[in-house]
Design a protein around this ligand. Structure first.
Ligand code: AMP
Length: 214
């Protein structure tokens, strides 16, 4: 028999299963947190564990920049300054990416939604498909550690927005002002879980899996 979910998400000895597994609904995870919290790293592992589709809006913008598309050129002017790409463009792009995967078991949204308007648009879009956000998992890491990680990542990522301390500060400020409130949006829906983002990749992955299994 082929299982849809890894062992920790199947029925326990008493026959209890996590609600999404019971109903065979899609597992749509919003992986949340400030820049440098480890969303990209953990997404890769969660994709392996759960067979989900990983959608990183930052990665999609960067691949458009590489391909020199019109979208890429527009997005780059914001990304270089550490600002958010406008909501309308970002939402349209995200929806079109979701539509490319009609048979997905679920999605990991990495770096989206980043504003309350994006969260409302995502909810409307997914609710229409009867596949709402299952949960928001927020990786919690303090600012000093984020800055250290981003500067270290610049050595290998080649990302100009990681290499410039002023742009890093701007991204953190934008996160605090515009993105952090999105946590409240999902907390009101009872879907928010904070996860300690300090530790080894494996330790943090185990915390995330435990939060998904709740
Ligand atoms: P990331 O790879 O998630 O760190 O994103 C890199 C940059 O892409 C951000 O600093 C923004 O300029 C842009 N970006 C990524 N996701 C979004 C989003 N959901 N809304 C607006 N801008 C975004």
């Amino acid at each position: 028999m082929q299982y849809l979910y890894p062992p920790e998400l199947r029925a326990d000895r008493c026959g209890r299963k996590p609600s999404f597994a019971k109903k065979k609904i899609m597992l749509n995870i919003v992986l949340f947190g400030p820049p440098g919290a480890g969303k990209g790293t953990q997404s890769v592992h969660l994709v392996e564990s759960f067979g989900l589709v990983h959608l990183s809006t930052g990665d999609i913008f960067r691949s458009n920049i590489k391909g020199n598309t019109e979208l890429g050129q527009m997005a780059q002017s914001y990304m270089d300054k550490g600002q958010l790409v406008p909501d309308d463009v970002t939402i349209r792009m995200l929806e079109s990416e979701v539509n490319k995967h009609p048979n997905a078991k679920g999605f990991i949204f990495d770096g989206f939604p980043r504003t309350t308007a994006q969260a409302e648009a995502l909810d409307a879009f997914l609710n229409q498909r009867n596949a709402p956000v299952t949960s928001m998992l927020a990786l919690e890491v303090e600012e000093k550690e984020l800055k250290k990680r981003l500067l270290a990542r610049a050595e290998t990522s080649g990302r100009p927005d990681d290499a410039n301390p002023a742009v890093i500060q701007k991204r953190i400020d934008v996160y605090n002002a515009e993105t952090a409130p999105v946590a409240g949006h999902y907390a009101l829906q009872g879907k928010f879980t904070g996860v300690d983002g300090i530790g080894t990749v494996e330790e943090i992955l185990e915390r995330l899996k435990a939060a998904i299994a709740q």
